[in-house]
Design a protein around this ligand. Structure first.
Ligand code: GDP
Length: 298
């Protein structure tokens, strides 16, 4: 699935390293290293990772004829290492339901990612409750309600323009009442100012914390992979105020620049926990660096 999702990155940009090789291999000289660097950079991974990979290949293989497999293996290894993160597991509450807040700019894929995450957890045997905290967007509430119906899980919705914190409070209440394992709470995707956003998130934290002391246990930031490098600046406002604990990189399948995950991880200093690989209910995967690194170039 990961390979399929990164087809665009490989095709649109010709990052397939295979093209650089003849059947009997290729001499590692300046020209090859330049070609390789170009393909690396096209994925949007950023200049310094691409330089690092190129230099490593040069160090290992310069003036030798190498086979495609050796080079791919080396690249995969390096990218896997660059993307290595402590853990992509979701935090789990010591006691009572685990509370996950989801933040992100409108259009990033937030609602869809919540639906897919809920389905993923539901399929792994967890009892999930959704909270439609983006109360200013009727479409988001409707969309989330449809997801809840498809999954067969509970959802808490408020009145239009109700205080998102009250929806969050009720969601946690519901989760405790029915003995749910996990509450996933949507938040507003558009607020006029950062201080506005901060106030809202602070309030949500406060009211949830009254119910469960160490909640929220996760604050996931949804980023749109198709926005390329723009995703970084677009979302930095959210991560500044939201005290995020992890990233969901949505629409990786729609992106021609899948390598953007490297600069994203670096800039935010947060683990990428999940990636969106399509619009379907099962199109969310726990992020795993190795298959990702492989799929980027072959
Ligand atoms: P929100 O405004 O942030 O809640 O965004 P939505 O969840 O409504 O998503 C915006 C659009 O992106 C919708 O058309 C989704 O179907 C689509 N979308 C979300 N995640 C993915 C994904 O991983 N892959 C693809 N191809 N489309 C996605």
């Amino acid at each position: 699935k990961m390979r399929g999702a990164l087809t665009k990155t490989r095709q649109a940009l010709g990052t397939d390293i295979r093209d650089l090789f003849k059947a009997d291999g290729r001499l590692v000289d300046d020209e090859f290293l330049k070609d390789l660097f170009e393909r690396l950079i096209k994925t949007d991974m950023g200049v310094s990772p691409a330089e690092e990979i190129r230099d490593q290949i040069a160090k290992k293989h310069r003036a030798r004829v190498v086979q495609l497999e050796e080079v791919l293996e080396s690249i995969t290894e390096q990218i896997t290492e660059m993307l290595a993160q402590d853990s992509t597991d979701l935090a789990v509450a010591g006691e009572g339901p685990t509370v996950i807040l989801v933040v992100g700019v409108n259009g990033s894929g937030k609602t869809t990612s919540i639906g897919k995450l809920a389905s993923y957890l539901h399929r792994s045997g967890k009892k999930v409750v959704l909270g439609a905290g983006d109360t200013f967007r009727a479409a988001a509430v409707e969309q989330l309600t449809v997801w809840a119906g498809r999954i067969g899980c509970d959802i808490v919705t408020g009145q239009h323009e109700a205080d998102p914190a009250s929806v969050a409070f009720q969601t946690v209440d519901k989760a405790i009442e029915i003995g749910a394992d996990i509450a996933i709470i949507d938040t507003a995707g558009r607020l006029q100012t950062q201080s506005n956003l901060m106030q809202q998130l602070d309030k949500i934290r406060r009211v949830i914390g009254k119910k469960i002391e160490d909640a929220p246990h996760e604050v996931l930031l949804v980023l749109d992979a198709t926005a390329g490098q723009n995703a970084i600046s677009q979302a930095s406002g959210f991560s500044d105020v939201a005290q995020c604990s992890g990233i969901v990189l949505a629409k990786l399948d729609g992106s021609a620049k899948g390598g953007v995950i490297l600069p994203i991880q670096k800039q935010f200093g947060l683990p990428v926990k999940f990636v969106g690989l399509g619009e379907g209910i099962e199109d969310l995967a726990k992020f795993d660096p190795e298959p990702f690194a492989k799929a980027l170039f072959q």
